[in-house]
Design a protein around this ligand. Structure first.
Ligand SMILES: [Zn+2]
Ligand SMILES: [Zn+2]
Length: 405
């Protein structure tokens, strides 16, 4: 997480503005259909992949003379071969080249991709694919329509919600993150990778509700009062109270403030419990510098009705965030209760607690709140706007047709 130094706010603002203008130009330069370049299988380092056309028709361009046409059902195998690529299609003898570009010919082209030797790795993508040998691995770059990418990320990261307003909420969040970090891999040949370093993308979404949610919020992002893209943090369940970003990441944002959330309290991850023996808890605290020697375990009792920053027993204190990470707890929002020989950590929520609470947002959507209302509830003082209009022409923001419906 980035911290914001007060003195550098102006510089940061200018550099953000520049970044946004670059994004804007990137979008405009693709003539109508905005695209994103995603590195695929970025945490698997594949050496060889099998591609199979599932819809439309692809042209395999190896920049070495003849182009091959590959139709539906035909596999293409691409393997790293020294510092080059070996390409094999069903009808060709195969050839060696520096890079390969699979370009869709019909405008509705898709393919499956799996790592050779790993049957369970098959995923489905749309758009084009570029492939390069790179430092002992294959660099696979999918050039994909932005809204299809958004739907894929919502599918992978959105949890098990069902409601379209919830998915629209998540789509706007995912899009905001994408544009904020559009140049995260600027020195590479792509915009984003497909794992948690950027946003998880496991290929196309075949969920029609999710796909509609992405299309119906097309281009919409969340901006703060300076018209810059917000850090659209989210987590699974806040346990009834979100936490300001400054308390978790040292970077305070006016839109990432504590919000009391009545909506997530009966959801799946609303509560949790961890049981330790009094001995284990005592040993754990001693390792952290605790030196109390009471034989009464009730000295360990600690109540957290509203979120606190430190656990305390007597004069000893320890940050709850540290305890969460050391004991791998679902959240830092827990009370400590001694019961016989046991210490019960009774917790609320799941995740860091900053920004939008997914299970709360799902419950709000079920109750009939719109995605605009859900976003306004969790992110303080933000606006939802089209990225192009809001940033490049801040003085001339047209009415958004989907706003306030
Ligand atoms: Zn990344
Ligand atoms: Zn919540």
């Amino acid at each position: 997480m980035r911290t914001m130094d007060q003195e550098n706010v102006g510089v940061l603002f200018m550099s953000r503005l520049k970044t946004l203008i670059i994004i804007y130009l990137t979008i405009c330069s693709t003539a109508g259909s905005a695209q994103v370049k995603i590195r695929l299988f970025s945490n698997l380092s594949p050496e060889s992949v099998v591609i199979s056309v599932t819809n439309g028709q692809y042209e395999v361009n190896a920049f070495a003379g003849d182009n091959l046409i590959v139709a539906k059902g035909e596999p293409v195998i691409i393997s790293r071969f020294n510092e080059k690529l070996a390409v094999k299609t069903r009808d060709s003898k195969g050839f060696v080249c520096d890079s390969v570009f699979l370009k869709g010919n019909t405008g509705n082209d898709s393919f499956s991709l799996r790592v050779n030797g790993n049957m369970h790795s098959r995923r489905y993508y749309s758009g084009d694919l570029k492939c390069y040998p790179d430092l002992g691995t294959l660099l696979l770059i999918n050039i994909c329509d932005i809204e299809k990418y958004i739907a894929g990320v919502v599918k992978a990261e959105g949890g098990n919600g069902k409601n379209k307003e919830y998915f629209k909420t998540q789509a706007v969040i995912v899009r905001t993150y994408l544009f904020k970090y559009f140049n995260k891999h600027l020195s590479d040949r792509y915009n984003v990778c497909d794992n948690t370093h950027c946003q998880v993308f496991k290929g196309s979404s075949f969920d029609t509700v999710i796909n509609r949610a992405a299309i119906e919020t097309k281009g919409l992002v969340i901006l703060d009062k300076d018209s810059t893209l917000i850090l659209s943090a989210f987590h699974s369940n806040c346990g009834g109270e979100t936490v300001s970003s400054g308390e978790v990441w040292l970077s305070s944002q006016p839109y990432l403030k504590k919000v009391v959330d009545p909506y997530c309290l009966s959801s799946r991850n609303a509560t949790w419990e961890r049981r330790l023996s009094v001995k284990e808890w005592n040993r754990y605290l001693i390792k952290s510098g605790y030196s109390g020697n009471s034989t009464d375990p009730s000295v360990f009792n600690f109540s957290q009705e509203s979120r606190l920053t430190d656990y305390s027993t007597g004069s000893f204190t320890k940050p709850l965030l540290t305890i969460r990470s050391e004991l791998n707890l679902m959240s830092a929002f827990f009370s400590v209760i001694s019961k016989g020989d046991s210490i019960i950590l009774r917790g609320k929520g799941y995740g860091h607690g900053v920004g939008l609470c997914q299970e709360g947002a799902m419950a709000m959507a079920e109750k009939g709140f719109s995605y605009q209302q859900i976003i306004a509830f969790y992110y303080t003082g933000v606006i939802i706007s089209d990225i192009k209009n809001a940033v490049v022409l801040p003085q001339n923001i047209p009415q958004n047709p989907t706003f306030g419906d």
